[in-house]
Design a protein around this ligand. Structure first.
Ligand code: SF4
Length: 200
């Protein structure tokens, strides 16, 4: 294992916080490949806040257009550590920060933590993945069962209050009908909608 912490993709710098996740999606790159975007992102020990901050600075974060909180897993499994890293990086340079998430932060914390993102997270991109709870559970095999779907929708609604841009994303391999239903959910909640390419 290389224990990669921060790694570049295009003009973004990605942060690999954890391999843990509340879902076990059928299409997840963790289960379908040995690497993500050409990197071996399996880690045998989660990096400490200081290690993440040091690596992000060492990789020259000031030269990137954004910092992406990602992981080979769900970054909000380490919500307070994640926000502490962002706090220190934003004090260092004014980089835009995007959180790529499954939207389970509140379920993980057992309370509403969306307000803690205010002033730290600029974009939240949430994987919607399915138009209803049953299909979501079939695809995402969430540890919270169908509650994972409702918790994710609620997270998006609340996040809108504290984050300038909230986006629901789906992968392009879904049925057109399901994509249309997902688009409608995004419209109802009042967040942006994006169809993205499946990472293979
Ligand atoms: S939510 Fe993301 S990291 Fe978690 S299993 Fe699904 S695709 Fe993988």
């Amino acid at each position: 294992m290389n224990n990669i912490i921060a790694y570049p993709i295009g003009d973004s710098l990605y942060l690999n916080l954890t391999n843990r996740c509340t879902n076990a999606c059928a299409f997840c790159v963790r289960t379908t490949t040995d690497s993500g975007m050409g990197y071996d992102l399996w880690i045998d020990k989660e990096p400490a806040v200081e290690e993440m901050v040091a690596d992000i600075k060492a990789k020259g974060i000031e030269n990137y257009k954004e910092l992406v909180l990602c992981g080979y897993g769900e970054p909000t499994e380490r919500y307070s550590d994640m926000l502490e890293v962002v706090r220190q990086i934003k004090a260092y340079c004014p980089v835009k920060v995007r959180l790529n998430t499954n939207g389970h932060a509140n379920l993980i914390a057992g309370r509403d933590v969306t307000d803690e993102m205010e002033g730290l997270i600029d974009i939240v991109s949430i994987s919607l993945n399915a138009p209803d709870a049953r299909k979501y559970q079939e695809i995402c095999r969430c540890q919270y069962g169908e509650e994972g779907f409702y918790g994710m929708l609620d997270f998006a609604k609340r996040a809108k209050e504290y984050v300038p841009e909230v986006v629901f994303s789906v992968v392009d391999v879904m049925d057109k009908e399901d994509i249309d239903s997902c688009r409608q959910i995004a419209e109802e909640i009042g967040v942006r909608f994006r169809v993205r390419e499946l990472i293979k």
